[in-house]
Design a protein around this ligand. Structure first.
Ligand code: GLN
Length: 494
């Protein structure tokens, strides 16, 4: 029999429904892979094999009783540790939330359980989802299952959803949730040779998701292929009265609507994404992507997004500003850690708890955010950034008068080594250069694996769509996937 852990969401679900294997067998196989890789990859903060088994038992019983099965029935998944899970520690990879066990379940995770999925565990991430390499986690960085041939250097799995990307690439989970504020689904997907989609802002409820930057945060799906992403996103999305920014719209049947035929579609190539110093291999894979979409029937045109170069500075004002406000709630009173020095007053406790509880990158963001929101600088930075954000959105709106989707590289390089950028925050922030604009504009965007670089590491292509056109994004992704035929996987060393 084929190794179950080589299968994706659709194949597992169909295999369970058709009786090829039981959901319990699936859960056991993935639980075993999770346990075997934990020391080497550190992808999970907490493993919950019993949850995966319990969900599997329910699925097997339903099947035996002839009851209908959900669209994710029998599929065990990883849950990024940014989603509140009732009765299971939820930390956002921070010390300040260590030991916090929510009484409630996030809307997105609840929807996945209702669809029949089970939980393999809570996945590691950059602390409060701030980072591009997973090195800001309080629980140690995730190590990518990929290596450069002939080198033992440990590589970054991307971030912030690096536990999710590493787990999927290493076959510890067929799929996982991610969240994306400025690229945290797409960049780790690109670094590890998997697919990941961030839907339109408001498609997935943010209720029960630890907040980083509320006007940017979106949950999304990560899996090995486009179809699996579509199935999972369909289960996650939908209106939630508990989130005031949730969109009150029906969830389209994205999976049923999948088509790799791009005839009649126009693809835009934003010329401002040809940034200086881009490695020739990134350029080459982009050209290859253009050729694939033409082959699929698309018309390809160059477009201009003139404010692109302001996107990173705008993001690194708005996201820290919102973070500094959101993270004010961690004060030693309400959640997790409390540091109460002898004879301390309330102010001392706040200061001691926050000093001990937040990592360096989180403190950096809180300081930047507080600065740009301070009375003397608010207009110069925050108000100005909001104006530029509008200009960036207008650039996209104008381009979408002419084209259906945009094609760009996902990240400016393949995975870098751990430690390479850790002391250089600006170099780290540059990773987000291609992903941040779509986040600022709230647009759906996805990364699909397109090929390998000369060192044998995965490279991804990004598709950005019109607001609410996840279908267009998924379909262009599928057209690339069919032509790329990406089957590479990391050689097992763990
Ligand atoms: N790398 C970006 C940051 O550090 C994006 C993170 C994210 O999308 N959560 O802010």
């Amino acid at each position: 029999m084929t190794d179950i852990t080589e299968l994706g969401v659709a194949a597992i679900r169909d295999g369970v429904a058709g009786g090829t294997f039981s959901a319990i067998e699936v859960a056991e196989a993935f639980n075993a892979n999770v346990a075997a890789a934990q020391d080497a990859l550190n992808a999970f903060i907490v493993a919950t094999p019993e949850k995966a088994l319990a969900a599997a038992k329910t699925t097997d019983a339903r099947r035996a009783a002839g009851e209908p099965l959900g669209p994710m029935a029998g599929v065990p998944i990883g849950m990024k540790d940014l989603f509140a899970t009732a009765g299971v520690q939820t930390t956002a990879a921070s010390h300040i939330l260590e030991g916090f066990v929510p009484q409630y379940e996030s809307t997105v995770s609840q929807k996945l359980w209702d669809a029949g999925a089970g939980m393999l565990g809570k996945l590691n991430l950059d602390q409060f989802a701030m980072g591009s390499s997973n090195e800001t986690s309080h629980f140690g960085n995730v190590i990518s299952p990929w290596k450069r041939p002939g080198s033992n250097a440990q590589l970054a799995p991307g971030g912030s959803s690096g536990g999710s990307s590493a787990a999927i690439a290493a076959r510890l989970a067929p799929a996982a949730t991610g969240t994306d504020t400025g690229g945290s689904i797409r960049q780790p997907a690109a670094f590890t040779g998997i697919s990941g989609i961030k839907p339109t802002y408001g498609r997935c409820s943010r209720w029960g998701v630890v907040a980083f930057a509320s006007s940017l945060d979106q949950a999304g799906a990560m899996a090995r292929d486009v179809t699996d992403c579509a199935i999972m996103l369909e289960a996650m999305a939908g209106f939630d009265p508990k989130d005031s920014t949730s969109l009150d719209l029906p969830v389209p049947a994205w999976t049923a609507g999948l088509s790799a035929n791009m005839k009649g579609k126009t693809v835009g190539i934003p010329k401002e994404y040809r940034v200086d110093g881009m490695p020739p291999e990134i350029d080459a894979i982009w050209e290859q992507g253009i050729a694939w979409l033409k082959d699929a029937g698309a018309n390809v045109v160059e477009v201009s997004l003139p404010h692109t170069r302001y996107a990173l500075p705008t993001y690194y004002i708005i996201a820290p500003a919102e973070a500094s406000s959101n993270l004010a709630r961690y004060d030693g009173v309400r959640y997790g850690l409390r540091d109460l020095p002898d004879g301390a007053n309330l102010q001392d406790m706040y200061a001691a708890t926050r000093a001990a509880g937040f990592g360096a990158e989180v403190k950096r963001r809180i300081m930047i955010g507080t600065y740009v929101l301070s009375a003397g600088f608010y207009d110069a930075y925050y108000t100005q950034a909001q104006k530029v954000r509008t200009l960036i959105s207008q650039d996209f709106a104008k381009a979408f008068e002419q084209v259906d989707v945009l094609l760009t590289p996902t990240a400016p390089s393949a995975a870098f080594a751990l430690g390479e950028n850790v002391d250089d925050p600006l170099a780290m922030y540059l990773n987000d250069v291609f992903t941040v604009p779509a986040s600022l504009a709230g647009l759906p965007a996805m990364s699909v694996p397109a090929g390998l670089d000369a060192q044998g590491l995965p490279l991804g292509l990004q598709i950005i769509g019109r607001p609410l056109d996840e279908q267009g994004v998924l379909n262009a992704g599928l057209a690339i996937e069919r032509r790329a035929g990406f089957t590479a996987k990391p050689e097992k060393w763990w």
